[in-house]
Design a protein around this ligand. Structure first.
Ligand code: ATP
Length: 373
């Protein structure tokens, strides 16, 4: 059952310039978040992700459409009732937002005080939460005595204090180093698995999606342009904008700048082949190219793993007769996704290198030559 449901939700703000049209931050978004799922919201800066989260946690009213939390439409509810809705939603932030003048225990206790819990109950709950996040020994410390990862663990304990069913995380690991990010992600995974908390995670980091998200929604220009299982969206994005965004976060897809370098270094036509798990097609690519009498080398590549399922991209520079390359790519295109990035500036001749050359063949050889990472 959907615990968060958005139906045709829009949010616009008046423009700072007089007479200019309103700024549309969220544009006709419909999204269902199932209870117990971890949903990643991704997209470029300015796509509307933070605004979407403020609509879900009832911090701002939608301009249009209906936001439903736990079966209850929150649009138009009076402030007193919105406060009750907010108690069921925890929130963690990139900059942790802890009270610097309060101890760790006081920070965690704060929402319980606001919610009117009794003193003994608060003490017991704070102890339980600090044990859960592994900071029982820091109860009396102040935030400036903690590392970034510890601060975020306090943030998580505080967000969970009132036993919310939903946790919203806005770039919660973006200020942390990679190792600390992994620790915090492991903790968030436990929050989801042990407490059954539904999570909505805004991020621009592939690591976060890869480690904890089960579902993902891609935002662009205020709209959700694609949503679905993480593996499906990342291994085979359907929408041109999500393909562009996904290619910036997955391993193995050369950026336009990297492509320009590849074209300078390697003669031939550059083509990227994309594979998904269960695909036995990888070897067929090399066989087809070799059988067509084409010379090729592996110039770029990478494999991504999303909870045990792999997908990857290999970029080859292919040399040979134009028509033979066309025919081979058409045949291979029936087996795997083939992309030939448009030839931009700096493209080096993709002219024929004379047919009949035998391909490099072995993946290993190519990888040594190439930029594989
Ligand atoms: N309170 C506001 N008043 C006016 N415009 C706003 C307001 N909040 C957001 N916007 C505009 O709405 C658009 C979406 O902003 P939002 O912060 O939701 O994007 P985002 O995807 O979270 O970006 P980032 O990753 O940079 O935080 C932007 O153009 C932003 O300038």
């Amino acid at each position: 059952m959907a615990i968060v449901s958005l139906a045709n939700v829009s949010k616009s703000y008046p423009s700072p310039e007089r007479g200019a049209p309103r700024i549309v931050a969220v544009d006709d978004v419909s999204l269902e978040i199932e209870a117990g799922e971890v949903t990643g919201i991704i997209g470029y800066s300015g796509a509307g992700k933070s605004t979407l989260v403020r609509l879900i946690n009832a911090l701002e009213p939608a301009t249009d459409g209906t936001v439903t939390i736990d079966g209850r439409a929150i649009t138009g509810l009076p402030e007193r009732e919105l406060r009750a809705v907010r108690l069921g939603i925890g929130m963690i932030f990139q900059q942790f937002n802890l009270f610097e003048a309060k101890t760790v225990a006081q920070n965690v206790a704060y929402p319980l005080k606001v919610a009117g819990w009794g003193k003994a109950e608060i003490t017991a709950r704070v102890q339980e939460l600090l044990d859960f996040v592994g900071l029982a020994d820091k109860a009396r410390a102040y935030p400036d005595q903690l590392s970034g990862g510890q601060k975020q663990r306090v943030g998580i304990a505080r967000a969970l204090a009132t036993r919310p069913r939903i946790l919203l995380a806005d770039e919660a690991t973006s200020a942390l180093d990679p190792e600390t990010t992994q620790e915090v992600l492991a903790l968030l995974k436990r929050v989801n698995e042990e407490y059954g908390v539904t999570m909505v995670v805004i991020t621009h980091e592939m690591d976060v999606i890869q480690s904890i998200a089960t579902k993902v929604a891609v935002m662009d220009g205020g709209r959700v342009i694609e949503q679905g299982d993480v593996f499906d969206v990342f291994s085979d994005p359907q929408h041109a904008s999500s393909r562009k965004f996904v290619s910036t976060v997955v391993q193995g897809v050369p950026s336009p700048a990297e492509l320009a370098v590849l074209r300078e270094r390697h003669a031939g036509r550059i083509a990227t082949f994309s594979f998904r798990d269960g695909d036995a097609a990888q070897a067929r690519v090399f066989v087809e190219l070799a059988q067509a009498g084409l010379e090729f080398e592996l110039v770029y590549g990478g494999i991504n793993d999303i909870r045990g399922r792999a997908f990857g991209h290999l970029t080859l520079a292919i040399r040979g007769e134009e028509a033979a390359i066309d025919r081979a790519l058409a045949r291979i295109g029936e087996l795997v996704a083939v992309t030939e990035p448009p030839i931009g500036d700096g493209a080096v001749g993709d002219g024929a290198v004379g047919g009949g050359a035998v391909g490099d063949g072995a993946v290993g050889d190519g990888a040594q030559d190439g930029e594989a990472r």
